[in-house]
Design a protein around this ligand. Structure first.
Ligand SMILES: CSC[C@@H](O)[C@@H](O)C(=O)COP(=O)(O)O
Ligand SMILES: [Zn+2]
Length: 207
C-alpha cells in the first residue's frame, strides 16, 4: 500500500507522551479525546490516536498514520479517531504541528455557560502570555461552536472559528481543540486554557 514506508515513530512517541501526560490530569475521561502530531505537510500526514483507546495506557500501536483523507496510510486493524476530520481541517487551516482534543469539566462548563455569547472572554491574566499574548492589556475571545452531530459539520465549524492568535476552539458541552507549533506548545496552550476556564468559572462565585 502507498506510504507504508513512512517512519513516524518519533511523532507516535510524541502522541503517546501527550496522551499519557494529559490523561494523568484526568482530562481524557472514559476514552474521550484524541491527539495528533503532524509528520509532513505535502502531502499532509499526521500521527493520531486510534478510536476508543484508553489514553492512560496508550501503546505505540494505538497511534496511526493518516493522510488528508483521514484514512490510515498503511493497513491496520484499528480505526483512527472518529474526529480525525477535525484534525485534518485544523492542519489545513492553521499553522500548527500538534493538536489536542480533551473533555474536561471546566471546558464543558465554560462552553455551556458562555455559549449564548459565542465565546469565553479572557483578559487580565498573566497566563495569557502562555497563549502568546505578551502585550499589555491582552484580551482574547475563545470561540464556542455547536456540537454538530455530523463530524464534517463539526470540522467545518471548528476550522471556521480557528485563528492563529487564539489556539483553541471550544465545542459546546463536548470539549476543546487546542493546538500549537509542536507537542510542547499544544500542551502549554491546553494547560493555559484549562487554568483560565476554571478561574473564570470559579470567579463568578465571588462578588
Ligand atoms: C467516548 S465519548 C467521546 C467521543 O465520542 C469523542 O468525542 C472523542 O473525543 C473520542 O473519540 P475517538 O474516536 O476515540 O477519538
Ligand atoms: Zn470528543
Amino acid at each position: 500500500m502507498e506510504g507504508t514506508h513512512v517512519d513516524f515513530r518519533r511523532e507516535a512517541e510524541q502522541v503517546r507522551w501527550l496522551a499519557q501526560t494529559v490523561a494523568a490530569k484526568g482530562w481524557l475521561p472514559a476514552t474521550s479525546g484524541n491527539l495528533s502530531v503532524k509528520v509532513s505537510d505535502a502531502p499532509l500526514r499526521f500521527a493520531i490516536t486510534r478510536s476508543g483507546a484508553d489514553k492512560q495506557r496508550l501503546a505505540l500501536d494505538d497511534v496511526l498514520l493518516v493522510g488528508e483523507d483521514g484514512r490510515p496510510v498503511a493497513k491496520t486493524s484499528h480505526r483512527p479517531s472518529a474526529e480525525t476530520v477535525v484534525h485534518v481541517r485544523l492542519y489545513q487551516s492553521q499553522p500548527c504541528g500538534a493538536i489536542v482534543h480533551v473533555h474536561t469539566m471546566f471546558n464543558n462548563l465554560a462552553s455551556d455557560v458562555f455559549f449564548p455569547q459565542g465565546y469565553v472572554d479572557l483578559a487580565g491574566h498573566e497566563l495569557l502570555k502562555a497563549l502568546g499574548h505578551w502585550e499589555e492589556g491582552a484580551r482574547i475571545r475563545v470561540p464556542i461552536v455547536e456540537n454538530h452531530h455530523r463530524l464534517d459539520d463539526l470540522a467545518a465549524a471548528v476550522a471556521a472559528q480557528a485563528q492563529p492568535a487564539v489556539p483553541g476552539v471550544l465545542v459546546r458541552n463536548h470539549g476543546i481543540y487546542a493546538w500549537g507549533e509542536d507537542a510542547d506548545a499544544a500542551l502549554r496552550h491546553l494547560e493555559a486554557f484549562e487554568f483560565l476556564f476554571e478561574y473564570v468559572l470559579r470567579r463568578r462565585q465571588f462578588p
